[in-house]
Design a protein around this ligand. Sequence first.
Ligand SMILES: Cc1ncc(C[n+]2csc(CCOP(=O)(O)OP(=O)(O)O)c2C)c(N)n1
Length: 533
Amino acid sequence: MGTVREAVVEMLRERGMGTIFGNPGSTELPMLSEFPEDFRYVLGLQEAVAVGMADGYAQASGRPTLVNLHTAPGLGNGMGAIFNAQANHSPVVVTAGQQHRSLMTLQANLTNRDAVRMPHPLVKWSYEPPRAEDVPHALARATHLAGLAPRGPVFLSIPMDDWAVELPDAEEVRHQTTRTVSGAALPAPAVLEELARRLAQASSPALVAGPDIDASGGWEAAVRLAERQRLPVYATPATGGGRIGFPEDHPLFQGILPPAVWPVGDALAAHDLVLVAGTSVFPYYPNIPGALLAPGTELVAITSDPDEAARAPMGDALVADVGLTLRALAELVEDSERTPPPARAEPEAVEVTDPMNPSTAVRTLAQVWPPDGIVVLESPSATPALRNQLRLSKPGSYYFSAGGGLGFGMPAAIGVQLACPDRPVVCVLGEGSAQYAVQAFWTAAAYRVPVTYLVLRNDEYAILKWFGMLESITGAPGLDLPALDCVAVASGYGVNARRVSDAEELETELRTAMASPAPELIEVQVTPGMALT
Ligand SMILES: Cc1ncc(C[n+]2csc(CCOP(=O)(O)OP(=O)(O)O)c2C)c(N)n1
């Protein structure tokens, strides 16, 4: 038998986990020693970047993904991104090095003295194996847990002397590391039939589509169910919609639900039954109190997350795989004779101004949008405009931080592009958001990951000014960003970058950037303020 390191390499290879993200320190070098030639190590220059890339890769590939951090400070730097991965239901396996076992009790330098507790609320499982011999089994367990519903990050702290330890029993290790564990399950037949019956009997039912439809492969099933039942379809509020679950150019698609309590209840008031699939009920923000639902509205949620089911403030819920359940439901229901809802209006062009309106910028992007394009979005004040103008129509085409922590977009776009090398990835950023994991530019350039970064520069934290207005807050400091030059910053990291000012130029540059084999950045000056259309 070989060493712990050899057993782990073998296990990762068999599980298709040979792409590893990380930022190393001395405590991680033993893990990386003799790094296999068929593996790929993707270096992030800060841990928010390493974890964000792993999050994007895990979501877009659908596979648990390993990211290795440097003991306590590395884990600390990565925590905001781990929070995002948890909200995104992203199967990220976080490992961090630890001091030599013999030096932990005296707390030598670099000891992560409470490693298991450190990421605790953000991960499904946090562990430090009691013996070196347990590392392969613990990593197998972590990987299963990350991939089981609700998917999410897990954490393992691994003392640096464990990797070279010889494993005594090859057969035992083989058992521990080659198991498969599957967890996608349907609801009980009676529960499903009852739901189909409620749908058939409703006079004006609707569907709310959430991110887990896309993550669970339920896209076509959601379309089939909506078409058979002629359901108007809404997207879950953009705040928590880390992915989109329904084609936004479909005639049944009605738009995105507003994010706060009263407006959601009001938007759904015309429906007697609301079927919610693959989202929490609901990712509300800000606080606009009111009735959760109108008196005549009932709600049923399908979620793979028992916590989402339990914490919902209204409606019934069933816990099951969202894709499988939608598929089964689409087969159970009959074709409905209900009148389908009127189609949504086409997105309108906005007035041409100088500098251009952010809606014009995202409309220009829509005009050159390739059919298989993927957008990674972190441009807070332009989110509604982008969703309205772009109207994505294919699964796996949209990634957004459901956790709301900035610093997701730049690295996640790299992870998504590495997982989907044949699809063009465009990352749309506010210039403020671009600063939270800005070192991602280096990874994009060094590994020639051909993401197109489109920065909408408005010289302010526009969304915060807008929230300030909603919340009647005046005189708040720190909301302006004068002279923040993303072109210079990106160039410094090795990314081709340029500034454009009019829509025609933007169109040309977008086409060039999307065709380039290297990462490219286009910064466009836009008018300040929120872009709603
Ligand atoms: C880690 C983190 N820190 C702070 C915030 C608060 N925040 C939300 S939006 C925002 C401003 C983003 O600015 P920019 O990217 O320029 O976009 P704009 O609002 O101008 O569209 C900030 C600071 C956050 N969401 N996450």
